[in-house]
Structure formats: structure tokens, C-alpha cells
Design a protein around this ligand. Structure first.
Ligand code: PEP
Length: 246
């Protein structure tokens, strides 16, 4: 099966109204990139504005997190339904910064992925091992457990992002062989759990992807695109990464 690649940008806690120009440049550049889906995940404050600016293009707008409940007394939180209402079509769940800084467990991530499904959003479920876990030879075991605990049953309507924690924002990346090994492992786990349907699930690589290493990382077998942090903030760099699929 051929899966259409996706390059998604996670803006994290970056971006003000003035950043709309960067999105407009991405939307303009996307017209030249017919073979790849693009997505920008701005902070929640910019979702509606970005969704308006991207309407009619093939740049989707995603959110970075959601609450598991549809509404209620959860001061400061945002429901998946609200993200959808603001124009998002997807939401990142279980990013390592949420797992580490907000103590999110696999069960929490699974509840959020289910909330995304309930609201009609595609969940981008992040998994990845720490440096210590990799050095201890436990990378597959850790990622396997995260997949087991974080993915909801009853459908295959999500995207996986494999993001080794030690590669995020560090400029250090795994070797193509390591990426091949982990993506093959994730694909096998998906097949064991979801059967033939697993073939449709996209597995993105994330962690220090930039224009200079995009080709080497994104042309690895079973890599269906990228989740890009820092380099997604500049339209030129983001488009250059997506340009691997030209
Ligand atoms: C991320 O945070 O999802 C990420 C991949 O960040 P960076 O590209 O900056 O390493």
C-alpha cells in the first residue's frame, strides 16, 4: 500500500498574530508540492486565524493538545470539540513535552486520542524513548509499551509520530538504520494489533529534522513523513523539508 506522506509542523509555544505571514508563505509554497500533505500546528490562540488563512489549500491546521472531556470545569484546558470548532482537523497527543512536563501517562494520552476521534479530529500520537532508555537497549520495549497504552482500540484513524526524546530540539538524530529499525518495529506492532488496516496508518519521524538531513531521514523505509519542531517556524525551511517529496 502507498501511504501519502505528511509533513507536520509543531510550533509549540511560539507565534503571535504577526506570524500569519509565515503561514501564508507555507500555503503559497504548498501549491508546488502536490505529492505531500502539509500541516501546521500553531498554538491554540492562532488556530482560527490560521484555519481561515489555509482554507482551500492543502495545508491542514492541527492543534498541539486537547483535554479528554468535551466540556466542564477544567480551567485553562481546551476540548477536542473546541479545536475542531476553531478549524483544526488534527491534534497532537502525547508529545514528550506533555508526557514529561505535564506528567501525562499512556492512559491520559489514550483518553485524549479517543477525545480526538469523538470530535472528528485525527490524533497524532507521539511515542519515543529517552537517551537512557536507548543506551540501556530498551528503546523497542519502551516504545512498544507506549503504543500499547496510548493507542485507542476500535479504529485506525490516527497517525503515529516516533520522536526519540533525545533528538527533540538537540540537533542530534538517530542513524537511518536506527530509524528503519524502530519504524519497522512500530509497523509490526500496528499489524499485530490492527491487522491489515494497520497498513493505512502513517508513521512520522520527529526530532531535529531540518533541510540538511530531511532526505536521509525521510527516505527511510516505513517513514511516512515528519513531525517538525524548530524548523517548521520558518516557511523556507519547512517547505524545503517537505520538498523531499517533490
Ligand atoms: C517536536 O517537538 O515535535 C520536534 C520534532 O522538535 P524539533 O524538530 O525541534 O526537534
Amino acid at each position: 500500500m502507498t501511504r501519502r506522506p505528511l509533513v507536520a509542523g509543531n510550533w509549540k509555544m511560539n507565534g503571535l498574530s504577526a506570524s500569519i505571514g509565515e503561514l501564508e508563505r507555507i500555503v503559497a509554497g504548498a501549491r508546488m508540492l502536490a505529492n505531500v500533505d502539509l500541516m501546521v500546528c500553531p498554538p491554540a490562540t492562532l488556530l482560527a486565524r490560521f484555519a481561515g488563512a489555509a482554507r482551500g489549500s492543502h495545508v491542514a491546521i492541527g492543534a498541539q493538545d486537547c483535554h479528554a472531556q468535551p466540556c466542564g470545569a477544567y480551567t485553562g484546558d481546551i476540548a477536542a470539540e473546541m479545536l475542531k470548532d476553531a478549524g483544526a482537523s488534527a491534534v497532537i497527543v502525547g508529545h514528550s513535552e506533555r508526557r514529561q512536563l505535564h506528567d501525562e501517562s499512556d492512559a491520559t494520552v489514550r483518553a485524549k486520542a479517543l477525545a480526538a476521534r469523538r470530535a472528528g479530529l485525527t490524533a497524532i500520537v507521539c511515542v519515543g524513548e529517552t537517551r537512557n532508555e536507548r543506551d540501556a537497549g530498551r528503546a523497542h520495549e519502551v516504545v512498544g509499551a507506549q503504543l500499547e497504552g496510548s493507542l485507542p482500540d476500535g479504529g485506525h484513524d490516527f497517525i503515529i509520530a516516533y520522536e526519540p526524546v533525545w533528538a527533540i530540539g538537540t540537533g542530534v538524530t538517530p542513524t537511518p538504520d536506527d530509524v528503519r529499525g524502530m519504524h519497522g518495529f512500530v509497523r509490526a506492532r500496528l499489524a499485530a494489533r490492527f491487522g491489515q488496516m494497520a497498513e493505512a496508518i502513517r508513521i512520522l519521524y520527529g526530532g531535529s529534522v531540518k533541510p540538511s538531513n530531511a532526505k536521509e531521514l525521510l527516505t527511510v523505509e516505513q517513514v511516512d513523513g515528519a513531525l517538525v519542531g524548530g524548523a517548521s517556524l520558518k516557511a523556507d525551511e519547512f517547505l524545503a523539508i517537505a520538498g523531499v517529496y517533490r
